[in-house]
Design a protein around this ligand. Structure first.
Ligand code: AMP
Length: 286
């Protein structure tokens, strides 16, 4: 199987016009490339559920709060195109920054409240950049469905809310997080970890599981759960917990009491690599 690599919007327009005329549904998988098995899950779901899959690969400059992070982000385009082809994607859309931002961008999408806590509090402008580029991609590709990972739950909540509040005619599909055997979520940033750091990276999932167990055991006080789960990070060299919080799954706002499903989310630095993870937890039925 081959995938067609397209870098210009006008070329993509022509190709997608004929796909639409043929009555084929379009699925979009937005990514920043350096594709791994986690992205593969999104592509697989799109291939199952739509007739023409477009994978976009774009390292979006306006969502990076740190220039160095943007610059060191891996860009193995050739391998990514082969990866998409092997999974059954038909088109890889990999525009340059000038293609997406041909002049100074003056219009942006702000999703209030949902984008303000968790990562939003530590990465100013990040979700504004994400929401803006995703809306641009939706308008360029006009997919019936777009696929996003639960791994980036706040991003998913922001995009869902943007789409609902702005009546964007795209169905947002959530795909569960794919993990390594020790629980570490697949991420392009895992490549930055050395062997010792890679072992410590599993602490994030271990902390989330501790929270899940405490909640399942009946603890209703969010602060007590956070205390217990955060303790997993104590005493490890080269590891710094940035946040571990319990939030409402739609608004992503912190909760005091756990009375229904909650999202437990954390971010931690392992060396100079920032990792994030989250899980949905349900209290016991009693
Ligand atoms: P990224 O290239 O990191 O921007 O990710 C592109 C999409 O892949 C986002 O919707 C992510 O949530 C999703 N994704 C990244 N890692 C995983 C994973 N381990 N499991 C499932 N989806 C993932």
């Amino acid at each position: 199987m081959t995938a067609r690599l397209i870098q210009a919007i006008h070329e993509l327009d022509g190709v997608l016009d004929s796909i639409r005329k043929a009555g084929r549904s379009i699925g979009l998988v937005p990514t920043m490339g350096a594709l791994h098995a986690g992205h593969g899950r999104l592509i697989d779901a799109a291939v199952r559920e739509t007739e023409c899959v477009v994978v976009s690969i774009f390292v979006n400059p306006i969502q990076f709060d740190q220039r160095s992070d943007f610059e060191r982000y891996p860009r193995p385009l050739e391998a990514d195109v082969a990866f998409c082809a092997a999974r059954g994607a038909e088109i890889v859309f990999a525009p340059s920054a000038d293609e997406i931002y041909p002049r100074a961008q003056r219009a942006f999408v702000d999703v209030e409240v949902v984008s303000e806590g968790l990562c939003g509090a530590f990465r100013p402008g990040h979700f504004r950049g994400v929401a803006t580029v995703v809306l641009k991609l939706f308008n360029i590709v006009r997919p019936a469905r777009a696929y996003f990972g639960e791994k980036d739950a706040q991003q998913l909540a922001v995009i869902r809310r943007m789409s609902e509040d702005l009546n964007v005619p795209v169905e947002i599909v959530e795909v569960p997080t794919l993990r390594e055997p020790d629980g570490l979520a697949f991420s392009s940033r895992n490549n930055h970890l050395n062997a010792a750091q890679r072992v410590k990276a599993a602490l994030l999932y271990r902390a989330l599981q501790t929270a899940a167990r405490t909640i399942a055991d009946g603890e209703k006080d969010a602060r007590a759960v956070v205390r217990e789960a955060s303790a997993i990070f104590n005493g490890w060299e080269d590891v710094r917990l940035e946040y571990l919080e319990i939030v409402d799954p739609d608004e992503m706002q912190p909760l005091n009491r756990i009375d229904g499903p909650v999202r437990v989310a954390c971010a931690a630095w392992v060396g100079s690599t920032r990792l994030i993870d989250n899980i949905l937890c349900k209290p016991s039925a009693s």
